[in-house]
Design a protein around this ligand. Structure first.
Ligand SMILES: Nc1ncnc2c1ncn2[C@@H]1O[C@H](COP(=O)(O)OP(=O)(O)OP(=O)(O)O)[C@@H](O)[C@H]1O
Length: 230
């Protein structure tokens, strides 16, 4: 579905990614793990076109998208949920969803589906987004991304800073989404257990280089923990 091939990227004079190669399977999940500052978010930004690679290429279903702008990647079915995603705080939950749905022929159904996936958002549909908890805001961010009916979702630490009971809920929703098919995910995640349950492939990133990679699944959790020394 998505391939990053020998991508070098960075900011100003700093190179953060030193030749990173990562692939996301069709209808599957690839996860990127690594310590703070390893370059995980940078990798997602490069994948989304928010940061131009200095060299290397990015392919979507075999098509070279290296030079496409982010909105062109969205039109091709990509969606990105950055870390600490904020909704419009003065709009209600429902209005935040409606805003994404407006102008889409299937907008109404897409909002209804998103609310089915996240029942808590249905309960809180009249509440201003600024008053939602961190976990609820993260669910709203995921719901907003899903309204565009993406084929490839880039998720940056969807469970970061969220209390454990809500983490489990978010994990379950992401696992359910990927199991029903039609969606591939590139997941940056610090929770090794969840990352490995969700992923068909894993990549450990250290200082901008892939230092360990392989098939996902809980069987590989020990290898990943050893690679990360956690
Ligand atoms: N906009 C920026 N300008 C300059 N340097 C940046 C910028 N964003 C990130 N960096 C630097 O790039 C490196 C990689 O950052 P990145 O956010 O990709 O890491 P990460 O693995 O996602 O870390 P974390 O787990 O803490 O989110 C860090 O050294 C960071 O300071």
């Amino acid at each position: 579905m998505l391939e990053l091939k020998s991508v070098h990227a960075g900011y100003d004079r700093t190179t953060v990614l030193h030749g990173v190669t990562v692939s996301v399977p069709d209808d599957g999940v690839a996860t990127v793990l690594g310590h703070n500052g390893a370059g995980k978010s940078t990798l997602l930004r490069a994948a989304m076109g928010l940061l131009k690679p200095r060299s290397g290429s990015i392919l979507l279903n075999g098509e070279d998208i290296t030079h496409l702008a982010p909105h062109q990647r969205v039109a091709k079915g990509m969606a990105y949920v950055p870390q600490g995603q904020q909704a419009f705080p003065h709009l209600t939950t429902a209005e935040n969803l409606q805003l994404v749905a407006d102008g889409r022929p299937d907008g109404k159904e897409a909002v209804a589906e998103a609310l089915d996936l996240f029942p808590v958002l249905r309960e809180l549909s009249g509440r201003r987004a600024g008053l939602l908890s961190g976990g609820q805001r993260q669910q709203l961010a995921l719901a907003r991304a899903l309204i565009t009916r993406p084929k490839l979702l880039l998720l940056d630490e969807p469970t970061e800073g969220i209390q454990p009971s809500v983490v489990a809920e978010i994990e379950e929703t992401i696992l359910a989404l990927t199991r029903r098919g039609g969606l591939s995910v590139l997941l940056v995640e610090q929770h090794v257990g969840f990352a490995m349950r969700a992923a068909q492939h894993y990549y450990v990133l250290e200082a901008g280089r892939v230092t360990s990679s392989g098939d996902g699944g809980t069987g590989a959790e020990g290898t990943v923990r050893a690679a990360l020394s956690v």
